[in-house]
Design a protein around this ligand. Structure first.
Ligand code: AP5
Length: 218
């Protein structure tokens, strides 16, 4: 049965970093709802402006918009053999919708949560820089590029996200505690949630994640 790998974690926990590595290793597309919404926010339409304001304020975009985004994106042919959800679901409503979708698509959901303390997350988010061209993720404190402000891979400039300032980060933490914590409890009670120590070095987290996804070797 093909897989839906769901990466759950607080803002900055490393969902994007681990999803990119998973995508390279297994060939599944990485579906980042944050990236899709950031692209939608660039449109000069009432929907685009609404999404932009919501994200910059560190709040969650509505479940209705997300339902449409997920349905459209996961219906693409590249998702047929499986896909990685980076940032979805984040509410109980979204989790229920995903369950229905997985049934319809005949896919098995694997849930992994990356756990990091809020103090460490704050530095990760305010120090994050992303390549505007290829999306490679850096951090001025922990993973700096060879040349300041420039991507090692393609020489493109690095950008800081508009919601990575201290005020928006605090709002994102609040939103996470309010909306996503109940979802974590729900998944934990179902016995399907795998929790990983996200404060380990990136490749150590990745090794553990792969072991979980591949299951015990026979
Ligand atoms: P989104 O873009 O998903 O942001 P987020 O959840 O706040 O998560 P981030 O992307 O900030 O962090 P990450 O966990 O991917 O960490 P990363 O790997 O980059 O969403 C943005 C907004 O979109 C939301 O606020 C909301 O408005 C909206 N949205 C999105 N999905 C939605 C949904 N389902 N419903 C409603 N609204 C939605 O790593 C962070 C930094 O840490 C990097 O610098 C990285 O290099 C570093 N790092 C990573 N791993 C490690 C490690 N092991 N050790 C040291 N440093 C590390």
């Amino acid at each position: 049965m093909s897989k839906i790998i769901v990466m759950i974690g607080a803002p900055g926990a490393g969902k994007g970093t681990q999803s990119r590595l998973l995508s390279e290793k297994y060939g599944y597309p990485q579906i980042s709802t944050g990236d899709i919404l950031r692209e939608m926010a660039q449109a000069d339409t009432s929907l685009g402006r609404k999404i932009k304001e919501t994200m910059a304020a560190g709040q969650l975009v509505s479940d209705e918009i997300l339902a449409q985004v997920i349905l459209e994106r996961t219906s693409q042919p590249d998702c047929e053999n499986g896909y990685i959800l980076d940032g979805y679901p984040r509410t109980l409503n979204q989790a229920h919708l995903l369950e229905d979708l997985a049934l319809k698509q005949r896919k098995q959901v694997h849930l992994a949560r990356v756990v990091v303390s809020e103090d460490a997350l704050f530095k990760r988010l305010t120090g994050r820089r992303t390549c505007a061209k290829c999306g490679e993720i850096y951090n001025i404190y922990f993973r700096s590029p060879k040349v300041e402000g420039v991507c090692d891979l393609d020489g493109a400039p690095l950008a800081q996200r508009s919601d990575d300032n201290p005020e928006s980060v605090s709002r994102r933490f609040e939103e996470y505690r309010r909306s996503t914590a109940p979802l974590i409890d729900y998944y934990r009670q179902s016995g399907r949630l795998i929790e990983l120590d996200g404060e380990l070095p990136v490749m150590e987290v990745f090794e553990k994640l792969c072991a979980v996804i591949e299951g015990p070797k026979s």
